[in-house]
Write a protein that binds this ligand. Structure first.
Ligand code: BTN
Length: 280
């Protein structure tokens, strides 16, 4: 009995993404990507980082059904379940050092929002710096998270772009409201969704590489969840900074009108003031 179950556990499950089916949906852009689908890994971003260190080309994508150590922003862990979410990481390279890449996470969020909207999703919004939310009336819930990790050397900067998208609403006990794509979009087939996101990301990343976030800013603002609303910027260990959110600047910083005037916020976690509604 024990021997049989050991044998069974060695049988490799077929990952939920089939790179051949995906390639067919990437059309003319198929040549820009090299996709590997895994049944399980620690974190698609960690796995991609190891492969990047061994010389993997830009456009390498790792998509995994299960992550045993999925990572979120600010040291948090990222939980996902195979049938209900899409977790993948994309390797991209840029010339120059990381200081030229301010606004990259916003550009990626924009790529994601545009892809989901193209699939038919209604109510997709962006929260600075890089959450994708679903708006329903005056409520916002997190649909996807983005984690970007940069490293530079004399040849330029590599970005590991990790994306976790809920296809179905997670039922775990999370500290903030969460949503799934199926709530707002008829087309949630994982091959279609991943292909649409990759195609859209090429579009925004090419513009970003050539002209920077400034060229994408107006489009980003069109999806901005908190435009002109009262928010507070929560930083690690710092006092919450309240103000009115005026949008984002061409360098990707958040523009916050505070008692001291308009301030540029370069990193942090924004949450709405508690004014009796759910916050994303
Ligand atoms: C966030 O905290 O909002 C960002 C979450 C990013 C999660 C994705 S899932 C795929 C990739 N692999 C990881 O370990 N993290 C990112």
């Amino acid at each position: 009995m024990a021997a049989r179950s050991t044998q069974r556990s060695k049988i490799r499950r077929m990952p939920l993404i089939d790179p051949i089916l995906l390639k067919a949906r990437l059309g003319a852009l198929a040549g820009r990507f090299d996709v590997d689908a895994l049944d399980e890994c620690d974190s698609t971003s960690s796995e991609l980082m190891r492969r990047a260190d061994r010389g993997a080309p830009a456009g390498t994508v790792i998509v995994a059904d299960r992550q045993s150590a999925g990572r979120g922003r600010r040291g948090r862990s990222w939980l996902s379940s195979p049938e209900r979410s899409l977790t993948f990481s994309l390797l991209w390279r840029f010339p120059g050092n990381a200081s030229r890449l301010s606004g990259l996470s916003l550009a990626v969020g924009l790529g994601l929002a545009k892809a989901l909207e193209k699939l038919g999703a209604v109510g997709v919004r962006l929260k600075w710096p890089n959450d994708v939310l679903l708006q329903s009336g005056s409520d916002f819930a997190k649909l996807a998270g983005i984690l970007i990790e940069l490293s530079s050397d004399r040849r330029g900067t590599q970005a590991i772009i990790g994306i976790g998208l809920n296809l179905e609403t997670p039922d775990s006990d999370l500290p903030q409201p969460v949503a799934g794509l199926k709530q707002c979009c008829a087309q949630a087939d994982r091959h279609e969704v991943l292909a649409a996101i990759l195609v859209s990301l090429v579009g925004v990343l090419d513009i970003f590489a050539a002209e920077g976030f400034v060229r994408l800013r107006d489009e980003w603002l069109g999806y901005h969840a908190w435009q002109d609303q009262l928010v507070q910027v929560l930083g690690d260990g710092a006092e919450p900074l309240p103000g009115r959110c005026l949008g984002v600047d061409g360098d990707g910083s958040l523009l916050l009108e505070t008692a001291r005037g308009v301030e540029h916020i370069f990193s942090g976690d924004v949450s709405l003031r508690p004014v009796g509604r759910a916050q994303g």
